[in-house]
Design a protein around this ligand. Structure first.
Ligand SMILES: [Zn+2]
Length: 126
């Protein structure tokens, strides 16, 4: 049987596999959201709270790279925001109060698909 699908770009495939591994690693780890809120009032004068906890192998796998992963994602998001921003599309419009805008990078009508995808992905974060 002949596979008619074009072969995926190796860099794109490697990036997708890395992103999927981050999602899997993160989903397997324990959320510290509620525990962090509970511990926050217990911070001592030196700015620390002593914690004794049990960490699973999955938690350690997550924690090992979590800081660098999050910094990378935040930097990526900021770079996407710099690239994908609206600009006046020019031309004549019947609604001068709301002129047509296009993304200055991909030229789609604003909000462009990249910005919409970011909004849909991050909407629970801000
Ligand atoms: Zn765009």
């Amino acid at each position: 049987m002949i596979n008619d699908l074009p072969e995926e770009d190796p860099q794109r495939r490697a990036m997708r596999e890395w992103l999927e591994s981050v999602v899997i690693r993160t989903e397997k780890s324990t959320s510290w959201h509620n525990e962090a809120e509970r511990l926050q009032p217990l911070v001592n004068r030196e700015g620390y709270v002593p914690v004794h906890t049990r960490l699973s192998v999955e938690d350690l796998e997550f924690l090992k790279d979590a800081r660098e992963d999050l910094l990378g994602f935040a930097e990526f998001g900021l770079r996407m925001l710099d690239l994908h921003q609206p600009r006046d599309a020019g031309g004549i419009t019947s609604d001068s109060a709301h002129p047509i805008q296009r993304c200055r990078s991909c030229m789609w009508r604003w909000p462009c698909p990249t910005f919409r995808a970011m909004g849909e992905t991050f909407h629970t974060c801000w």
